[in-house]
Design a protein around this ligand. Structure first.
Ligand code: PRT
Ligand code: ZN
Length: 285
């Protein structure tokens, strides 16, 4: 049977989440150890562990068929790859930041400035779209220290909590790219590999849909059911089961966790009691 070769980051911020996603998809992989690759036992998948910077090129060249890597890396590199879907982890943004003392009044303030970054292509495209000519100073690591050592007037770097910028006396002023881990694939795969990719994607979709979805059960007096049903943005209409207590029912439905926190108070006010929120493992649509 045809095997799909999938690259993930060997060791770094995306490694654990990538491996967890594969495991939650019900795909069992040999222990990783110090290997460069390992095979799945119960799905036609081979995993390759690579440095994230190498991944887009390997996918574009067809050395691997698909991969999980940051959108920031995909956008920075030139090779042609298909972005299949965002995976909801590894979220960060590529931002321009300036020293606290910089008198910043919008992107035009960067005219003629020297900006240190590891993302010259994304930054270059952003600056030309804004009609700004600035000097791009390419630095491979610790971009945040560049202004302090005279290597730039500003920086363009990845930010998640913002604490690295803050501890270096920098202020985030523009977001150039919103990033997260993405599943990418080679531009052309054989029909057999494309089918395996589809099956892999089907599983991933089920896992990711479930992550933000909760199974809710609650008890309610019967008179409150119409109001509560109105509040619950369920998949379809919720199930209503009678309780042994006369005039009361138990209501079951599935809601997105974000929606749930927005309506929980209203559910209680409407008369809901004993609200349970349960995790869901997979959602197949
Ligand atoms: O060895 P390899 O080359 O594979 O790994 P790497 O060291 O190049 O990458 P790694 O593991 O650091 O990051 C992998 C991917 O994680 C990145 O390409 C992004 O897609 C994503 N990601 C998410 C981040 C961050 N958040 C992040 N905060 N990558 C880097 N950072 C760094 C940032 O560069 C800065 O130095 O964290 C610092 C900022 O963090 P805060 O929280 O202080 O704002
Ligand atoms: Zn890297």
């Amino acid at each position: 049977m045809t095997t799909l070769r999938l690259a993930i980051q060997k060791s770094g911020r995306l490694s654990d989440s990538s491996r967890n996603l594969i495991a939650e998809s019900g795909i069992e992989v040999e222990q990783m150890g110090a290997r460069l690759r390992s095979a799945a036992f119960n799905f036609p998948l081979e995993l390759l562990y690579l440095r994230d910077d190498d991944i887009p090129e390997y996918v574009a060249d067809g050395v691997v068929d698909a991969a999980i890597v940051g959108l920031n890396i995909v956008k920075e590199q030139e090779g042609e790859v298909r972005i299949i879907r965002g995976l909801g982890f590894g979220r960060c943004r590529l931002s321009i930041a300036v020293p606290k003392t910089f008198d910043y009044g919008g992107p035009q303030s960067l005219q003629g400035a020297k900006i240190a970054t590891s993302y010259p292509n994304i930054l270059g495209a952003y600056l030309s779209a804004q009609g700004i000519s600035a000097e791009i100073q390419v630095i491979s690591g610790s971009v945040e220290i560049a202004p302090a050592i005279g290597l730039g007037d500003a920086v363009c770097d990845l930010v998640s909590s913002g604490s690295t910028l803050m501890s270096n006396g920098l202020v985030e002023v523009e977001t150039v790219l919103q990033s997260e881990a993405v599943l990418i694939a080679s531009p052309s795969l054989s029909r057999e590999k494309e089918e395996v990719l589809e099956r892999f994607l089907f599983r991933i979709n089920a896992v990711l849909r479930a992550r933000n979805t909760k199974y809710i059960t609650l008890n309610t007096p019967n008179y409150a059911i119409p109001r509560i049903v109105e509040l619950l943005p369920g998949m379809k209409s919720p199930s209503v089961l009678p309780l042994t207590l006369p005039g009361w029912s138990s209501l079951h439905t599935v809601v997105s966790e974000d929606d749930f926190w927005g309506i929980v108070e209203k559910l209680k006010q409407a008369g809901a009691e004993g609200i349970l929120v349960l995790p869901i493992e997979k959602v197949i649509e």
